[in-house]
Ligand binder design. Structure first.
Ligand SMILES: [Fe+2]
Length: 291
């Protein structure tokens, strides 16, 4: 039994106002429900895909992993019980807040809160409408996007996401840091999105290196690039195409310091024909660091 997609991402941020204009004005997400200390944003018909909560961490604070069916949720609970993995059934309050029918809360070996749920709220009567004119995001079975997590506990974190939750390796990229040291990034899928999760075995000040949102068209990405100056956003990497998922994307700094990757046209992975490969560079072209 595996999780099916990254349903939502939560961030703890020190500047809610800056994040609000970043997410709506620059990325083009639609505002959802909010109160004074927490706000949610939509990318599609779901009640939310991103949530920001006021706090000091300026980092990712939780991820929501979706299971397709009620039966799948029961099976996953059974597997965790059998493996002796600790989890807490969510309170009615938390289930209501997330708008899901059933939810359990785990902590990954690096300390990130992982919420596994079924039955997310869909707001089909209030269609998605981007305030910045983004035509849409690629979500659906591929979920909200991807996250790249930095951790020194690679063996434990890998085991948690693969053996327990069912993520499968897509490929690896070796980045030569020095003549004697190559950093190997690992990319994992749980649906046709090439990677929903990537793991970087390194110490880092924040858990999250970046998260990625995939826009529907190249024009959406181009228009987002045009908004960089207007929205006072700092671009961190030029437009480029990744060697493994072939995503055409650029990177920008969020108000919390970590990056967002804004991409389009990533490839889909199908388990019956996919072969794990290794790459020696992160990008086919572009993705040059901006000063
Ligand atoms: Fe990425």
């Amino acid at each position: 039994m595996s999780v099916a997609s990254l349903g939502y991402i939560g961030f703890e941020v020190s500047d809610l106002k800056a994040w609000d204009s970043y997410l709506t004005g620059f990325l083009g997400l639609m505002p959802g429900r909010s109160n004074g200390t927490s706000a949610r944003y939509r990318m599609d018909d779901r009640a939310f895909r991103l949530q920001i909560d006021e706090g000091k961490a300026d980092d990712i604070s939780f991820i929501g992993l979706e299971v397709e069916t009620w039966e799948g949720m029961q099976a996953l609970r059974g597997k965790l019980d059998k493996e002796g993995v600790e989890y807490a059934p969510a309170s009615d309050n938390l289930k209501a807040e997330r708008g899901v029918r059933d939810l359990i809360v785990l902590t990954d070996p690096a300390g990130l809160q992982v919420e596994i749920y079924v039955g997310a709220t869909a707001l089909t009567s209030v269609p998605f409408n981007s305030p910045a004119g983004v035509s849409g995001y690629l979500t659906g079975e591929q979920g909200a996007g991807h996250v790249v997590l930095a951790s020194e506990k690679m063996d434990e974190v890998r085991d948690f996401y693969t053996r327990l939750l069912g993520f499968r390796l897509s490929d690896t990229i070796g980045i030569a840091i020095s003549p004697d040291f190559t950093l190997t990034l690992e990319f994992y899928h749980c649906n046709p999105r090439h990677h929903t999760l990537a793991l970087a075995p390194m110490p880092a000040p924040k858990r999250l290196h970046h998260f990625m949102v995939e826009m529907a068209t190249m024009d959406d990405v181009g228009f987002a690039m045009d908004r960089i100056g207007k929205c006072g956003v700092k671009q961190t990497m030029t437009l480029g195409k990744h060697s493994n998922d072939r995503m055409i994307s650029f990177y920008a700094a969020t108000p919390s310091g970590f990056d967002v990757e804004v991409g389009t046209a990533g490839i889909a992975v199908h388990d019956d024909v996919w072969r794990v490969t290794h790459h020696e560079v992160t990008s086919m072209w572009g993705h040059k660091r901006c000063n």
